[in-house]
Ligand binder design. Structure first.
Ligand code: ZN
Length: 110
């Protein structure tokens, strides 16, 4: 019978050296954080199951869109936001998935 804390963990069967099969409970490990636009692994961001014991500055990078976008996507989003602000480009010409981040970047630029 699992204890209440073990009910959410993954159940695994392992054979012991004595030849008996025992139930093991595995702790769920979260995957690495990935970029919201291109799915690249984010640097400087711990796994979600590690976050609880860390200080605020250890949880995510302090740059704009830190912990959300990778460095390449962040650069291109801010560049496009500047182009829109200067009137070189229109928001409708940008990719649909990028638009919400460009709008946020435009607010940061004000
Ligand atoms: Zn990216």
């Amino acid at each position: 019978m699992p204890t209440p804390g073990e009910r959410t963990k993954k159940k695994k069967y392992r054979r012991t050296p004595g030849g008996k099969t025992k139930v093991y409970f595995e702790r769920d490990r979260h995957g690495k954080a990935s970029c919201a636009l291109c799915n690249a692994k984010l640097a400087g961001v711990p796994r979600q199951d590690e976050v609880r014991k860390l200080s605020k500055t250890e949880k995510r990078p302090s740059v704009p869109f830190g912990g959300v976008l990778c460095n390449k996507c962040r650069t291109s989003v801010i560049e496009e936001a500047i182009k829109i602000k200067e009137g070189i480009k229109k928001l409708e010409e940008c990719k649909i998935g990028k638009r919400q981040y460009i709008e946020q970047a435009l607010k940061l630029l004000e």
